[in-house]
Design a protein around this ligand. Sequence first.
Ligand SMILES: [Fe+2]
Ligand SMILES: [Fe+2]
Length: 198
Amino acid sequence: MEAMRILMDEHQSLAAIIHAMRHLIGEIGAGRLEADQGLLAAMVHYLEAYPEKRHHPKEDRYLFGPLRQRTGEGAAALERLEREHGEAEGRIQALESALACYRAGQAGGFEAFRAAFDTYATFYREHMLLEEREVLPLLHQYFTAEDWARADAGFLADDPLRGTRTGKGEEDFARIFTKLVEAAPAPIGLGAGPYREA
Ligand SMILES: [Fe+2]
Ligand SMILES: [Fe+2]
């Protein structure tokens, strides 16, 4: 089941970026690391462009929507997930505007950004757990071979970590992911120093 493999890969890469950000923010907060705001901004951009814009729409279209056609089970969880997918823009904007205040040197900017990040990270942990614990088992239970075939085709056609659909003007998310993690301080990454888009 390619759809499941890609979905879990995407959850893991999202969790890895959030983990790297938490570490980076913690080190900055403890005064052990000079703030690399460019790296933080690149990470926020990654979250916006990849999970928020690409991952959730695939889930809705190829998994959660079709599941509703098969069963009424899990309706409350599916409703909540779809609502949360629809709130992507506001969620990322809250993080972006907190980061902008921090980068502008506003008083208390770092603490406010850290609080906004904590809210975002907690939200994502719960969101992904709900998907993995409550909805994925229902897919295995109720999806037909045809449902899986459609889901696999949909996920394979839009698998940015594997470089599909990386046409002209499209970001190479696998490359960006590697660069972000490398730029993060040890022990998460290599601590390669100030992040520069190249
Ligand atoms: Fe989701
Ligand atoms: Fe997800």
